[in-house]
Every structure is written in C-alpha cells, then in structure tokens.
Write a protein that binds this ligand. Structure first.
Ligand code: ADP
Length: 747
C-alpha cells in the first residue's frame, strides 16, 4: 500500500527551499544554453546585435555563477561587487543590442563610460552600503527595463514581418524583464526563491527556443525570396533568350535581303564565313562550290598585290581606297564601294564587309555631269547667238535689198548670192544654237510616239534600203499619248536613225537598225539601236557635247546629239547612250508621261526658204509705221524695207524717244525690238497702250530672246505677231501686211 502511495506524482508549482540548488543549476544551464544559441547565431548571421546580446547573456551567466558561490556561503564584498557589476553590464549590453537591432547608431564610448560607472557604483554598493538592497534594486530594475526594451524591439519587428518567433521573443523577454525587475523582492522570500530560479530557467529556455524559431523563420523567408528571385531571373533569362533568338532571326533576314553585298570573314586570312544573296549573285557563287574561299580573290584592290594581304592590311587598303571592283567567278567585274567593320561572329572576332554596287550611281552621276556641262555650254552659246542675231539680220536685210533693187553685173550678183547663202547658213547655225540652248518656243500637243517613230522610218526607208540595212520595229501597242512637240521628237529620232545609218555604212552587209517603244516607270522609252561598231567607251562621255564628231569634215557637224539632248531635256526627259544588245550603239530616249505645262505659242512670221526675195510694194494702203530698235543700223535697214513697201516711217533707237513720238503723232503700226536698255518690250507695250489704247494690237515685236518663259508667255498673251531674229525681209513684210489687214477689218 505504502509503495502504491509513493508512486503517485503530485504536480505543484511550489518547490521546497531544498530545491534551490537544483533551480539555480537549471537556471545556470539554461543561461549557458542561451549564450551558446546567441553565440552560434552571431557566428551564423554576422549581425552585430547578436554579439551584444551574447555578451549580455554571458554577464548574466556570470552573475548566476557568482550567485551559486553566494549560496555555498563563500560570499565576500568583492563577489558582491562583481555580481552587481555583472548584472549592470548585462543590462547595458542588452540595451545596446536592442538599439542596434532597431538600427539606431550609438557611440561606443557612451556604453564604455556606462560600464565604468557601473563598476564604481558596484564597488560603492559592495564596500560602503549597509543594505545591499539599495544597490540591488536599481540594478535589477535597469536589467528588467533593458529586457522589456528588447521585448519592445521584437514587437516592432513583428509589425514589419509577422514571424511567430518575434511574437514569442516579445512575450519571453517581457516576462523575463518583469521577473528580473522584481527579483530582489522575490529573492528575499526563501519559499519563492527555488520556484523563481526554475521559472527563470524556463523563461530563458523559452527565449532560446523563440530565438531559434525566429531565425528559422527568417531563413525560410530568405530562402523563399531567393527561390522567387531565382524563378524571376529564370523567366527574364528565357525572355532574353527569346529576344536574342528573334533579333538573330531579324539580323539574318536583313543580312540575307540587304541590297549591298555582305561578307563576314576571318580577321587573319579573310576566309569567307558567311555571305548574303547579293554577294553570291555578284560573285556568281552557287551552292555547288565548296571549300573555303577568301575575299582576297574576289576584290580587285586586294588581288593586285603580289603577296597575299593579311586581314589588317586588307582592311587598311580598303579604308584608303573605298572604290574598287568585285571580281566574279567568270571574271566579270562590278564597281563597288567598300565599308568594313570589326564585329563578333560566333564568339570570334570577324570583319564584316559591305560592298555597295555603284554601277547605276556612276551612270547617273556621269549623266548629271554631262547635262550640267551641256547646260553651261548652251547658256554660253545662246548668249553668242543673241549677239550674232542683230548683225546677221542687218547683213541679210541689206543683201536682200541690194540684190532686189540694184542692177549689177552678173558675176557681182553671183558673188553676192553666195554671200547671201552663207549669211543664210550662218543664221541657220544660230537657229541651231538656240535650239541647242532650248530657247526656241516649242508648242507641245498630245503626241503618239509610235506614230512619230513610224513617220521617221517612212522618211528614212529609202536611205535604209540603199545602205542594205534591215529594219526591226518593236512597238508596244496602246501607249498613252505624251505632251510633246512631235516635230522636235521627229527631229531627234531622225537624227538617231541617221547616225545609225552612218555608223553602219562602213559595214559590208547584215546591218540592223532596231526601233522600239515601251512603257517604263511612268515614262515612255524609245530605243534606237544598231549592230554597228558602237560608241567606244572612252568617247561615250563626249558624244553629247556640241561640235563633237568623229565623222570626216562635211559629213558631221557634231551638233545632232547635243541638239537632240537639248530637245529631250526641254521635254523633261532623258537621252542617253548604252551599248545595244545587237552589239552596236543604243540610244534611249525617256519621256515622262506626266502632263507638262504647254508653253504658249507665239505667232511667228515664218521666213520663206530659198533665194532671198525682198519685199516690194503691196496692196496694203500706205501706213505710218514707227520702227524702234536699239541697234541703229537695223532700224535704218528696216526703215528702207518698210519705205520700199510704200509706207511712211519714223525711226527711233530709244524707247523713251519713241513714246514721245507716239504721244505727238498717230501711227498705224509699231515695229519694236523686245530687249532694249531703258525699257524692255513689256514695259514699252504697257506705256504705249496707256497712251493710245488702240495701238495695243498694232505692235509687232522683233526678238531673238525667247529663252525666258516669262517673255514667251507675255508675247503669246498679246496675240500680236512676233518676228524672230535673224529674219527674212519677207517675214517682216508678211507680218506688216497681216497686222494692217487685221486692223482694217471692222471690229
Ligand atoms: P555627228 O553625227 O554630226 O557627228 P552627233 O552629235 O549626231 O554628231 O554624233 C556625235 C558622235 O557620236 C558621232 O560623231 C559618233 O562618233 C557618235 N555616234 C553617234 N551615233 C552613233 C552610232 N549609232 N554608232 C556609233 N557612234 C555614234
């Protein structure tokens, strides 16, 4: 029965005084456990506040150890002093760690001074105070407050991160603080003391476990964070890989489709690693060729060297001499411009060569140069032609008068007729110059180019047959009409056909001339080709120059192509030479389909070709005619002619003087120059009509200046006749008669 009773365990929170030692031991062990846990955490996390808290537990552990010494009865004032000091220092470190935990920086020297002060205080308390409680109570209150403060730290921490460990630490440290704050009182009661130490040990264990829980939670959260950032990094990495792949695809598509020839080569031997479609086309490479190929063999500039060039040398050469030629497998060469850059290709350094074909550009540049040269020449020739017009008109006029009115010996007449013919030739030449300089007005109408070509062919049929030349006509049906001057276009095509016939005349037989029309990019092309000797390359740039000819004297003037060029430019088109597929020369005339502004047609008195026949008295009643020109000889000559026609004249060589005459007297007609020093034709016309409005339709202009579009338009707007210098006297006569008859008609 007795043994049965002893087996029953009664559970109670009361520990008899004899269990004090056990309580102290438990408390001491739990403190050392705490010290161990914090020391480990300090080492593991490298956080400074763990160092301080470890120190706090360590000093608390020292206090407990010294307390054991007291319980054994071997207490001295020195031990007492050390006990007080340990508790104080523990409080200081606990407090310091809390501040550091909250991120508040404190100066170390403050805590050093505090520890020194505690030492002094403990000494005074141990050696000079009678009641040890006077020292113990404040020192334990401080430790309790430091613990409460640490509990508050974990409360703050918990608000930021909801860790269970932080909550447990908050509770544990608060309870421990409350316990320590009241320790000097519990300790006085011998019945409470063992329970106090057990409770304290329990709280310390609780704090140690809570700390481990917190650290584990933190570690888990950090791990989770790492996993998440790892997953995000993997996703970013996958996205970047996709972007790299798609930009690589884009690069490949661009590389392959580029209109320049691109090569990627090694930097040492220029071995071609990659080439694009254009590059393969220019070099005539196809898939059948295998083996390594070096760019040195394909670039003219690099092939020239006796020693094969290294990559950097080749680079230097191409940088210095950008224009070169790509040499294809069959030996054909393409002019190109080179660009080189250093790139990374499959992790290796490489050169990327870009060769831009300049064939078309070279041709266009050449054309531009040519047409600029021709424009400048045309301007110069037109100036000379204008200056020649007046003296030529005087020479021709007087010759006509002399031949018509003065009896002379047969030989003299014969000689003078020769002079007249030469004067006529000179004035035709001037006319040609003006056409060259595009200064003659050229009325434009809707024109069917096929018809123009057929008309030219019809006219040249006999010559072609005589020269035994086969004619091939290759006309595209249903071509839209273009706005053009058909006569001028006929002149151009006729000139091209004539040149072809002349070029083929040296060939024995088998000569072919081909005429073709086609629509091309908003324009119509007319090709005139032959299988003659063609235009030698070194002459190709010169054939459009005025007076350039390779034909013997008397056969060519060298004006045909330059005049044709002028006419086609006047039509906003292009005329150029390119070798024909037939083997000879090919001339292409390109005329735009867009509607061009039609220059107004100036009513011009046409000269009559043939032997000069001067005007004589006509059926028109005698009229009073004012003649105005700043060239006195011309005025005089015209005066003679007009008087011979039976009219009365008033001659003026200054427009201001002429205006005064008009104000003073009545005139039936005015013959006036257009380009004069004081007033030009337009101003003179306006002044005359302001003085006498009825003279508006009675002014006939004489001019060689129709280069200016404004002048052309003005002359056309008056509706009056205009005599182009140099003129035949017949033209003057018919213009005067026509004007007088028009004015005589009832309005
Ligand atoms: P011309 O015929 O009076 O010499 P062009 O201006 O018409 O003047 O021609 C200039 C030069 O162009 C010719 O002398 C000739 O050398 C060259 N040429 C023109 N057409 C041909 C052609 N069909 N074949 C070969 N050369 C040509």
């Amino acid at each position: 029965m007795a043994s049965q009773e002893s087996d029953v365990i009664e559970f109670s929170f009361y520990f008899p005084p004899e269990s004090l030692r056990a309580g102290l031991l438990v408390s001491l062990l739990s403190v050392w456990l705490l010290v161990g846990v914090f020391a480990y955490l300090n080492h593991y996390t490298q956080r400074r506040y763990f160092t301080l808290w470890t120190a706090a537990w360590l000093f608390y552990g020292v206090w407990l150890a010294l307390h054991v010494a007291r319980e054994t009865g071997a207490d001295t004032p020195l031990l007492l002093m050390l006990r007080h000091w340990s508790v104080g220092v523990s409080a200081v470190f606990l407090f310091w760690g809390s501040l550091m935990f909250l991120g508040r920086k404190q100066r170390q020297v403050t805590f050093g001074l505090l520890i020194a002060f505690l030492m002094a205080w403990s000494y005074v308390a141990a050696f000079h105070l009678d009641n040890p409680l006077q020292a113990e109570i404040p020192i334990f209150v401080v430790l309790g407050m430091a613990s409460l403060r640490a509990g508050f730290c974990f409360y703050m921490y918990r608000r930021r991160r909801e860790y269970l460990g932080a909550s447990l630490l908050m509770v544990g440290l608060t309870l421990w603080g409350l316990y320590l704050g009241g320790y000097p009182i519990w300790e006085k009661n011998p019945y409470w003391r063992p329970s106090c130490f057990f409770l304290c040990g329990l709280l310390q264990l609780f704090i140690a476990v809570s700390m481990i829980v917190l650290v584990l939670e933190e570690a888990r959260s950090r791990l989770q964070h790492l996993l998440e950032s790892n997953r995000a990094a993997r996703e970013t990495c996958a996205g970047l890989r996709d972007r790299v792949r798609s930009s690589e695809d884009r690069y490949h598509a661009l590389f392959e489709q580029a209109s320049d020839a691109l090569f990627v080569t090694s930097t040492e031997t220029l071995e071609v690693w990659e080439s694009n479609r254009c590059a393969r086309r220019l070099l005539g490479w196809d898939g059948s060729q295998s083996g390594a190929r070096s760019l040195v063999d394909c670039v003219e500039e690099l092939r020239k060297k006796p020693q094969p060039l290294t990559g950097p040398q080749a680079l230097e050469r191409l940088r210095a001499q950008r224009a070169t030629q790509l040499v294809a497998a069959n030996g054909s060469k393409t002019p190109v411009e080179a660009e080189v850059s250093l790139i990374e290709f499959a992790g290796r350094p490489a050169y990327q060569f870009a060769f831009r074909e300049i064939t078309e550009r070279t041709r266009l540049e050449e054309q531009l140069r040519q047409s600029e040269k021709l424009t400048a020449l045309g301007r110069m020739i037109s100036g000379v032609a204008h200056e020649l017009n007046n003296p030529l008109a005087v020479i021709k006029g007087y010759l006509e008068i002399i031949l018509a009115r003065h009896p002379m010996a047969g030989q003299t007449r014969h000689d003078l007729l020769k002079v007249a013919r030469e004067a006529e030739r000179a004035s035709n030449l001037v006319g040609n110059f003006l056409t060259l300089a595009r200064v003659r007005p050229s009325p434009q109408v809707p024109t069917q180019l096929n018809e123009v070509v057929q008309r030219v062919l019809e006219r040249s049929r006999i010559d072609l047959r005589m020269a035994r030349i086969e004619t091939r006509l290759d006309l595209t049906n249903n071509l839209p009409p273009i706005q053009a001057n058909p006569d001028k276009l006929e002149q151009v095509i006729d000139n091209l056909v004539r040149n072809a016939i002349q070029a083929l005349s040296s060939e024995r037989c088998g000569g072919i001339v081909r005429l073709a029309t086609e629509r091309f990019n908003g324009s119509i092309r007319v090709r005139v080709e032959d299988n003659g000797p063609g235009v030698p390359e070194h002459l190709a740039s010169r054939i459009f120059e005025p007076f350039f000819t390779t034909k013997p004297a008397g056969k060519g003037t060298g004006l045909g192509l330059s005049i044709s060029h002028g006419i086609i430019s006047e039509h906003n088109g292009r005329l150029y030479q390119q070798p024909s597929e037939l083997g000879g020369a090919g001339f292409v005339m390109e005329l735009p389909l867009t509607r061009t502004v039609v220059p107004a047609e100036i009513p011009a008195a046409e000269p009559t070709p043939g032997e000069p026949a001067p005007p004589g008295p006509t059926g028109s009643p005698p009229a009073r005619i004012l003649i105005l020109d700043d060239e006195p000889t011309l005025v005089e000559m015209l005066g003679q002619v007009v008087r011979h026609l039976g009219h009365e004249t008033r001659l003026c060589s200054c427009p201001v003087e002429a205006l005064k005459e008009i104000e003073k007297s009545d005139f039936d007609l005015i013959l006036s120059d257009y380009r004069m020093p004081d007033l030009d034709g337009r101003q003179f016309y306006e002044r005359v009509t302001a003085i006498k409005a009825h003279l508006r339709s009675r002014i006939i202009f004489l001019t060689g200046d129709v280069a200016n579009e404004d002048t052309q338009n003005f002359l056309a707007s008056t509706g009056n006749a205009c005599i182009l210098k140099p003129f035949h006297l017949r033209a003057v006569e018919s213009a005067i008669n026509a004007a007088l008859q028009k004015c005589a008609l009832p309005a």
